[in-house]
Design a protein around this ligand. Structure first.
Ligand code: HGY
Ligand code: MN
Ligand code: MN
Length: 416
């Protein structure tokens, strides 16, 4: 396939303006965003994205998980499309770029092709995957997981948030449930641009991460049950302190992750304490342990040591413990041809680059199971993400989008 010429570039100012415009929807309290999936704010963000896509001449398809597919025709209507996108939903204290950069860079590619009146053989479809974050409805990458056949749609529809609302009812409530069968679409390839959400590219002064692999993820929800009692009048030997049990388990999680340094990681970001009253010993705690590594064997070792160790901690303390696997996927190796297209694009465009393993999970990790897939990453300041202070530079955004542009149009085959 003919490679695009190195003067083929996106309009960085227009991309940055779109990012800043989208950031006004679902503002956080410290400069970032709180546009959690299937909230009214998510619905507003979808409306804006849809408006921009229609203005760019795209037609929308939407499936029963609310995934948005915005199509630019190719010269060969029978050719499988090249998909490019990410997610518009954010963490509760999310940044302005996590996911959003990948969706809007896909739209910027279309706008640039329109400006240049360029045609491609394969159609191009800009995609917004529903509920990538998994913060309101676990697990993460829920809709792309259904698309890839990893979850049933019924199971996904029953996921509930902290208020007991289900995914299915909320998707209908915001009016973004389509009729298309999820996963019926076939892809020629899928590309996703994402901020690194880690420190490597910035520390090494690299513009582009050529993502060859994604590390695997395991989410185990743990419920520890003790006995509520008075924090003042209950003698220490009589206590059944579920909160203390959790503290010991979290210490174990940290030790297990460190034992597999430098790559493995472990922590708990979701913690609910009951009754969460200042003068009541916690009778129950529910928390989710997040374990990750590029090696499946390491993940399995950490899961086993967590389960055995936590069970012993609770047995010794007279506490009950229950485990539920609520999310996870094996380490991912992205498609060699697509990865090479990304690497060659960075080289051709003169952007510094290095191969990278993604520390975070992405929709691409699931889509890689049903289509040739690769990712492009750009640096972020201090490697910070899932924090309202998440920041990138316009130059980093443009470099990432330029490389994405070349990889997509090379794969979609430019028609002279
Ligand atoms: O959890 C993740 O890695 C992603 O940000 N959802
Ligand atoms: Mn993301
Ligand atoms: Mn995220």
């Amino acid at each position: 396939m003919a490679a695009p010429s190195d003067n083929l570039k996106i309009n960085g100012d227009r991309l940055w303006d779109m990012l800043m415009e989208m950031a006004k929807i679902g503002p956080g309290i410290a400069g970032g965003n709180n546009r959690q999936t299937l909230t009214d704010e998510d619905g507003e963000g979808r409306i804006l994205f849809h408006k921009w896509c229609i203005e760019a001449g795209l037609t929308m398809g939407i499936d029963q998980m609310g995934n948005m597919f915005m199509r630019r025709e190719g010269t060969d209507p029978d050719a499988l499309p090249v998909y490019v996108g990410s997610h518009l939903d954010t963490q509760p204290t999310g940044g302005k770029y996590d996911g959003v950069l990948g969706v809007l860079a896909g739209l910027e590619i279309v706008r640039t092709l329109n400006d240049l009146d360029m045609k491609t053989k394969h159609p191009i479809v800009v995609t917004n995957w529903t509920n990538e974050e998994g913060t309101r409805f676990a697990p993460a990458m829920l809709a792309s997981g259904v698309f890839a056949g990893m979850h049933t749609q019924d199971w996904a529809y029953e996921r509930t948030d902290a208020e007991g609302k289900t995914f299915g009812t909320e998707l209908k409530r915001i009016g973004w449930r389509g009729e298309e069968e999820v996963g019926a679409r076939k892809m020629h390839a899928f590309f996703e641009l994402h901020i690194e959400q880690g420190p490597i590219l910035e520390i090494e002064g690299k513009d582009i991460g050529v993502v060859t692999h994604g590390q695997g993820l395991s989410w185990t929800q743990i419920t520890i049950t003790g006995k509520e009692s008075h924090t003042g009048s209950t003698p220490m030997p009589m206590r059944k302190n579920a909160g203390l049990g959790m503290a010991k388990v979290l210490q174990l999680v940290d030790e297990v992750a460190w034992s597999h340094k430098p790559d493995a990681v472990g922590a708990a970001g979701h913690i609910d304490v009951y009754p969460n009253s200042r003068n009541v010993i916690p009778g129950k705690v529910v928390f989710t342990v997040d374990l990750r590594s590029p090696q499946l064997a390491v993940i399995e070792d950490m899961e086993a040591r967590l389960k055995d160790g936590a069970q012993k901690i609770c047995d010794d303390m007279g506490l009950e413990i229950a485990f539920e696997k609520v999310g996870g996927f094996d380490p991912v190796t992205f498609d060699e041809t697509c990865v090479t297209a990304v690497r060659n694009a960075a080289e051709r465009l003169g952007y510094s680059h290095r191969d990278l393993i993604s520390g975070a999970g992405h929709d691409a990790c699931w889509i890689n199971r049903v289509a040739p897939t690769a990712m492009v990453m750009c640096p972020c300041v201090d490697g910070l993400s899932h924090n309202e202070a998440e920041e990138i530079s316009p130059e980093w955004a443009k470099a990432g989008a330029d490389v994405l542009f070349h990889a997509v149009v090379e794969t979609a085959e430019i028609v002279e």
